[in-house]
Design a binder for this molecule. Structure first.
Ligand code: PGA
Length: 247
């Protein structure tokens, strides 16, 4: 009943010339088998919109301001994302949480802003290696999820996507095993279900962390894994298309 979703996270990679061939290849190569989107750096939203409009590939951003507008130098508002017809925005990616000191409260504020502006938030949660080794995985991801449930209400998840990204698997080539990922996805869905079983049943929970064509199928076959959030492998058209085909 849940349609699979594969989201590319370009991070701070790209150039007008390089994006041109990647976006054209995706626009031409992606069919109707799953929902697909790419989250590109802000300056390339215009290019993504121009090249992907009318294709099966949606686009979005990797962050958004919690503020509506004003004197916030360097920030980008959800209305600006909507101006470029963004469907999705990543919120609380571990690189934002660790490198830019984003805490749960800021994640909640950004989720609220995205929803108010009509852009679907992809809310990222995940534990570090030290936390996993200390047996803290469940406590960490539940704390991150509970902040959103408390701050935004469970109904917010009706219009959002959740992504489980173990920090130790991001960009390391070290993927969570399908069983490790499934265990956390089931935990997250169960937690949402305690607030609203219907929202939980409909909620798409993506796995992220070194997803590649070679491991996508086994991950996506798990009952609570509804697709992927793909970093490095989303920058190579053939590899990203092969991941989408694994759905
Ligand atoms: P990766 O990144 O696929 O390169 O591990 C995933 C992410 O950061 O979303």
């Amino acid at each position: 009943m849940r349609r699979k979703l594969v989201v590319g996270n370009w991070k701070m990679y790209g150039s007008v010339a390089g994006n041109d061939s990647l976006l054209k290849a995706l626009g031409a190569g992606v069919g109707q088998g799953a929902d697909v989107a790419v989250c590109v750096p802000f300056p390339y939203l215009y290019q993504a919109q121009a090249l992907l409009s009318g294709s099966a590939v949606a686009w979005g951003a990797q962050d958004v301001s919690a503020q509506g507008q004003g004197a916030f130098t360097g920030e980008v508002s959800v209305a600006m994302l909507a101006d470029f017809a963004c469907s999705y925005v990543l919120i609380g990616h571990s690189e934002r949480r660790t490198l830019h000191a984003e805490d749960d409260a800021l994640v909640v504020a950004k989720v609220k802003a995205a929803l108010a502006g009509g852009v679907c938030p992809v809310i990222c949660v995940g534990e570090t290696l030290a936390e996993r080794d200390a047996g803290q995985t469940a406590a960490v991801v539940v704390r991150q999820l509970d902040a959103v449930l408390r701050g935004c209400g469970v109904e917010a998840l009706d219009k959002a996507v959740l992504a489980y990204e173990p920090v130790w698997a991001i960009g390391t080539g070290r993927t969570a095993s399908p069983e490790q990922a499934q265990e956390v996805h089931a935990l997250l869905r169960g937690r949402v279900a305690t607030a609203d079983a219907e929202v939980a049943a409909k909620l798409r929970i993506l796995y992220g962390g070194s997803v590649k064509a070679a491991n996508a199928q086994a991950l996506f076959a798990q009952p609570d894994i509804d697709g992927g959030l793909v970093g490095g492998a989303s920058l190579v058209a053939d590899e990203f298309l092969a991941i989408i085909a694994a759905v």
